[in-house]
Design a protein around this ligand. Structure first.
Ligand code: SF4
Length: 199
């Protein structure tokens, strides 16, 4: 894989052809600009939640995850996806943990879990967004401001759905009642052997 990295610009089109992976998807995991993919990938910042970029990145990440068991390129793809996800420091959380985060926040908003737009027929669950992320989600019409108690009650509505908290711009502001069998990138990664969830 060292060789691949050194010559990635020239090798990427060959790999794309051999494995029938679109070039933009290769660009996505290698941070090479073959389309409108930016250098960073997967859930980048507050603004990306508002513009929907986060959803297109998730879609691409779920797609590229299918190649994680492919001989030769699979381990590289896995490593790159893990690298992209690392900055979110996703954690499985319990109600005590999220209560603390909500109580220490300045603002809360509630909205449909972000990745559900990728499969509108999937189970409906919601998430709580805090502070700057709450503002961005409300401004883009994806969530509504709520009082702290209401945010807590929203998360209590789905006791069977694991809670995952993710950092956005360095703070745990995305608190999600996940749906493990659907479009959750974290649970899909775990199923592929890419351990990304800490407790
Ligand atoms: S279910 Fe998973 S991927 Fe989807 S919004 Fe929640 S934490 Fe993010």
């Amino acid at each position: 894989m060292k060789m691949y990295r050194r010559n990635s610009k020239t090798l990427a089109p060959i790999i794309a052809r051999c494995y029938r992976i679109p070039l933009y998807a290769i660009g996505f995991v290698t941070s090479l600009d073959y389309s409108n993919c930016k250098k960073e990938f997967i859930m980048a910042n507050v603004n990306d939640y508002a513009t929907g970029k986060v959803v297109s990145d998730l879609k691409l990440a779920l797609y590229i995850l299918k190649f994680v068991r492919t001989p030769l390129i699979g381990p590289f793809i896995g490593k790159q996806i893990l690298k992209g996800i690392r900055k979110y420091e996703p954690k499985l959380a319990n109600m005590d943990k999220v209560l603390k985060l909500i109580r220490n926040s300045k603002k809360c908003a509630v909205g449909e879990r972000v990745c559900r737009v990728l499969d509108k027929n999937s189970e409906f669950t919601e998430g709580v967004f805090l502070d700057e992320l709450a503002d961005a989600m409300v401004k883009s019409g994806k969530a509504e401001y709520v009082k702290k108690e209401e945010a807590i009650n929203t998360l209590k509505k789905y006791p069977k759905n694991p809670l995952i908290i993710s950092k956005v711009e360095g703070k745990y502001v995305d608190l999600c009642r996940t749906s493990p069998s659907t479009t959750c990138i974290y649970w899909n990664m775990q199923r592929c052997g890419l351990k990304c969830l800490n407790t």
